[in-house]
Structure formats: C-alpha cells, structure tokens
Design a protein around this ligand. Sequence first.
Ligand code: MN3
Length: 240
Amino acid sequence: MNRRDFLMKGGTAVAGMFLASSPLNLYAAHHEAAETAHTLPELPYAYDALEPHIDTLTMKIHHGKHHQGYVNKLNAALKGHDELMKMPVAELLRNIDKVPMDIRQAVINSGGGHANHTLFWRTMTPNKGSKPTGEVLEAIESTFGSNQAGSELFDKTALTHFGSGWAWLVVDEKKKLQIYATTNQDSPLMKGHTPILGLDVWEHAYYLKYQNRRGDYLKAWENVIHWEQVNALYLAAMGR
Ligand code: MN3
C-alpha cells in the first residue's frame, strides 16, 4: 500500500503523524480547522520583520490584499463543490485534472496563488543571512555541480522569466531537484513536483521598493531565505 492508501486507511493518529512530517501540511494547517473554506494563513513574523530587504508596505499589501484575494477567489470558485472544498489546496492542485473544467482555471489561478504564497511566507525568515545547509545543500551540489552553480541557475531563471510568475527549486517525481519557472500562479504541484523554495517575480512582489529592478529584489530576497525550513521541506519531500 502506498503512502496515500496508508493515510486513507490508517487511523486518525497515523494520519496526523503523516501530515506532521509532510510538506503538504504546510498548506493544510489553516484549512483543516474549518473545512468550510480556505483561510489566509498568518505570517510567521511581523510585516516589518524582513526590512530592509522586503519592505513593510509591500508585505502588508502582498499578504493582506493579494494573498487574501486568491483565498477569496478560490472559495468563490469552490462554492457548491463540497467535496473539493474539503481538500487541502495542495491536494486540489495535485489532482487538478479531476477538477471540473468550468472551475479548473480559477482553481489553477487562485488555488495556485494560495499555495504559492503560503510556501513563500514560510521560506523567508527575519534571521537574515542564512545559508544552504544539510541534505538539501548536498543535493544542490550533486545536482547542479556546486551551490554557486545552483544559485546562478536560479538567478538566471528568475531574471529571464518573462512577465508574471515564479522561480522554483522543486523535488520532482523522481526525487531529483529541478530549477525552473512557471507562469502566472501555475504551481509545480500540478506536475506532481513538490516546491521547496519559490521566488515570486510578479511585479506586485517588488515594485513599490525596487520598481523595475528585479535583480535588486532577487539579491535582497536571498538575505531572508529560511534555509533550515527549505532543508526540512526537502527531507519531507524525500520521505525522510
Ligand atoms: Mn505574489
């Protein structure tokens, strides 16, 4: 029996243990409490905690208006679809081909927006200057040649992506790391990949402080990456 069957057939305690170590739990935590609607997850730090790299006003608008907007639109799209409404957003995206066509694009846009931003907030930290660490660092070095090479590939991916979207470090279906960009709010979860680090390159993520200087925003963001969390997400995605 695979892990999902195990979860479905296992008792509540087993399901709880699975979720506690699963990267999917990142997205599930603020849904399970109500089960009637998706809710905006609280930031794990204050709006001004990432200054000067990510400014307070951008954080307030990005979290309180943009992310809240994705949550609201996702709930609106799922209205009347009770079974889908009960699913954590990561499960919805992993099973996007089962979502009815008339609401599928709305779920891709708004569910993706909800999941992507939830990961984004959790992989930044006020403890500035953290460096890649642990097994994810070893995997980056073995996959891309060196941490430097991996970092350069990520930067190039983020800088050259045209228009709105995200740059990602993911664990793919073969448990290998990949770096790539997606357009709009398309989530790697839809490809069966598990994102462990993502950079929002929509202009709303940086325009107030950095205007058109995406490269300056990228370099600033690198100061607030929460590498211990990225390593924890990596281990969870690898089933360790
Ligand atoms: Mn955004």
